[in-house]
Design a binder for this molecule. Structure first.
Ligand SMILES: [Zn+2]
Length: 266
């Protein structure tokens, strides 16, 4: 049986723009990678110029873009649920947790990636997705909890994706518009300095493949342009993807560089 990695995130571009390099790296190694996305991101960008999608088609279009991005990243499966974009936190928590438990018990991943406690940059859907996923990961491993959702499954490790302080600082200094945008946020990201991180994954070798997968998200052209601008100014800027560790115990030093260290060949 191959090892399995899963992401449980909120919008159809989170796994690509956020953790895409990590997913590509493990998929290339032969690890089965599965992504669960809780919304279709129907409130997001509808495209630009000649490529604007009618508002009612944004959700289905973004779900298709995610499927294509997943294909480009080498993912084994991509599942998109239809909880409301920008309203995930208001949905009955039990419904969302139940759907995630069912999915986890089917996919049975050793390692799970979820949103960090600040949702990357304070996005309420991201924060809610992280909290629901955490509850679901715990309940999935409890044998007596809703056995009709599948045989119980304990993930061995859980990592939370966060935006490292170095990256935020670099983006802010390279692009005044990004710095201004950060000022408008109700919830600012935490300062994830290196000493607070659990794992740093070097994705330098797969950055071009990550960009290729990002380009599948055609409606998200403004974000793609922002990335391209930053990368043109500082080619190394997106070389690392950064995580905190939730299981088996909250991570700190020593910083890990492999989410599967010690899990292979056993
Ligand atoms: Zn998102």
């Amino acid at each position: 049986m191959p090892l399995r990695l899963a992401t449980i995130l909120a919008h159809p571009d989170d796994e690509t723009f956020g953790t895409g390099g990590t997913l590509i790296r493990y998929a290339r190694e032969g690890i089965e990678v599965h992504s669960l996305c809780l919304t279709e991101g129907e409130k997001g960008w509808a495209g630009i110029d000649d490529h604007i999608v009618p508002r009612e088609l944004v959700g289905p279009t973004r779900a298709k873009e995610l499927a294509e991005a997943g294909r480009r990243m080498g993912l084994a499966s991509v599942t998109c649920l239809r909880y409301p974009d920008s309203g995930l936190a208001d949905v009955n928590e039990e419904w969302v947790v139940r759907d995630i438990v069912r999915w986890l018990r089917r996919v049975r991943p050793e390692v799970v990636i979820i949103w960090g406690p600040d949702g990357g940059y304070g996005h309420p859907d991201h924060i809610a997705a992280g909290e629901r996923a955490l509850t679901a990961i715990e309940l999935s491993g409890v044998q007596r909890h809703e056995p009709e959702l599948g045989a119980h499954w304990h993930a061995k490790r859980c990592y939370r994706f966060v935006a490292g302080a170095e990256l935020i600082d670099r983006l802010s200094s390279l692009m005044p518009a990004f710095a201004e945008y950060m000022e408008t946020l109700d919830v600012k990201p935490q300062r994830w300095t290196r000493d607070r991180l659990g794992a740093v994954i070097d994705v330098g070798d797969v950055l071009d493949a990550k960009v290729h997968a990002m380009e599948a998200h055609q409606t998200q052209a403004p974000d793609l342009a922002m990335w391209a601008t930053a990368r043109a100014k500082l080619p190394e800027i997106f070389r690392e993807e950064t995580f905190t560790r939730e299981y088996p115990e909250p991570g700190g030093a020593p910083l890990e560089s492999d989410l599967f260290a010690g899990l292979r060949g056993g």
